[in-house]
Design a binder for this molecule. Structure first.
Ligand SMILES: Cc1cc2nc3c(=O)[nH]c(=O)nc-3n(C[C@H](O)[C@H](O)[C@H](O)COP(=O)(O)OP(=O)(O)OC[C@H]3O[C@@H](n4cnc5c(N)ncnc54)[C@H](O)[C@@H]3O)c2cc1C
Ligand code: FES
Length: 361
């Protein structure tokens, strides 16, 4: 038995020694020199090799979405690496479909720059900008959700589509990390930025956003996101809960400004009445938007004795109210399970998958 334990200990020590040696070799011996990074066939960037593609692009003012801050857990940082990216890593596989793999799609946070590299990124990423903003006011709208209003510094303007998001740079040990927050304000006020942030116990980004004081400066990049409300007579359907309200509020307030007659549904689910958001605001909007329908539903109504509105899960409320056969675009914002149930209901109401946009958070 003793011999066995000694053998295991020796193996563990040898393994640890080997890992240390490899790390030291990587640190001191691997010098990748200057590498060319060619993006969408443009003039190559000359960069110092050895860094992560995502970070190197960021340092060169190319901002790729990265909701998890480069930890390889969100799958947002997809780019096509046409050459020089090295083999696909096991950490990337869960986030890439077979089709994406065939098209050389990679997670930028997992690719290391070891040589010249050729990329294709979505053209809109090249329009993402970094900006600073000052917190001008902040209010708690529920026990754990804070509404924050920022004014962009130096006359900056953020051109965005309703429903898009920004990434806030959060100070952290050894640098900054990034967290995504949806824009709740409307594109008609590009000099402002309104966000809704739920405090997650122990959360780095949400903790930072809840601690910011009026007058403090924060740094953002944006805009990001696929949400795109098309003009026309298509009915708009928003389904969500919690801070998922942020992009839905932007979309509906934008509609109130540009197409107040357009038909629009808001389905908002919460456990209890205290978690409902902006009931009075939407009530007021309904006076200007004759075809706005607002449905709030509580999943734990027994905890809100005065509640006489709808009850149950919000996707079931959508199932009850939406008639099939209407041309629609849907925007789903909330926890993953709510989104997947809502998507199934919408597909059952004959919505095309391409007309369903979803942001999970
Ligand atoms: C496109 C997009 C838009 C988003 N928009 C918003 C928004 O408008 N408002 C907003 O508040 N958030 C939004 N989020 C979520 C936000 O980006 C952060 O993930 C969130 O604030 C948690 O980050 P954190 O740094 O506070 O927590 P972390 O420091 O990353 O995590 C701390 C701990 O909390 C856990 N945790 C992380 N997130 C959650 C969660 N949602 N619920 C429970 N536990 C969690 C982690 O597993 C970890 O254990 C959005 C995310 C995406 C992808
Ligand atoms: S940044 Fe999240 S997976 Fe790459």
């Amino acid at each position: 038995m003793m011999v066995y334990i000694q053998a295991v200990a020796v193996m563990v020590l040898l393994g640890a020694g080997l890992v240390l040696l490899l790390l030291l070799a990587g640190r001191f011996l691997c010098n990748y020199g200057t590498c060319n990074v060619t993006i969408n066939g443009r003039e190559p960037l000359k960069v110092k090799g050895g860094g992560k593609l995502l970070d190197t692009l960021y340092d060169n003012q190319i901002f790729i979405p990265s909701a998890c801050g480069g930890q390889g857990t969100c799958g947002y940082c997809k780019v096509r690496v046409l050459s020089g990216g090295g083999p696909l890593l096991p950490t990337e596989l869960p986030y890439l479909t077979g089709d994406e793999q065939a098209k050389q799609t990679r997670l930028a946070c997992q690719v290391k720059i070891r040589n010249d590299i050729e990329l294709e990124v979505k053209p809109e990423y090249l329009n993402v900008k970094r900006f600073r903003a000052v917190l001008s006011s902040a209010t708690l709208v529920t026990a754990d959700i804070r509404e924050l209003h920022f004014t962009l510094c130096d006359g900056g303007q953020l051109e965005f589509r309703a429903g898009q998001y920004v990434q806030v740079s959060v100070p952290a040990k050894g640098g900054s990390v990034f967290r995504a927050y949806s824009i709740a304000s409307t594109p008609s006020h590009p000099e402002e930025l309104e966000l809704l942030v739920r405090r997650i116990p122990g959360g780095l980004g949400s903790g930072y956003m809840h601690k910011l004081q009026v007058g403090d400066e924060a740094e953002f990049t944006g805009p990001y996101g696929e949400f795109e409300l098309t003009a026309g007579d298509t009915e708009l359907v928003c389904i969500g809960g919690g801070v998922g309200m942020a992009p839905m509020r932007s979309l509906i307030r934008h509609l109130a400004e540009v197409e107040p007659e357009r038909s629009c549904w808001l389905f908002f689910g919460a456990r209890t009445e205290e978690q409902l958001l902006y009931q009075k605001e939407f009530e007021a909007l309904r006076k200007r938007m004759p075809n706005l329908h607002v449905v709030y539903a509580l999943s734990e109504p027994e905890k809100s004795p005065g509640w006489n509105g709808e009850t149950g899960f919000i996707h079931l409320a959508a199932e009850r109210h939406l008639q099939p056969g209407v041309k629609r675009q849907a925007f789903l914002c909330g926890p993953p399970q709510m989104l997947s149930s809502a998507r199934d209901i919408l597909l059952g109401k004959e919505l095309d998958d391409k007309d369903i946009f979803a942001d999970e958070f």
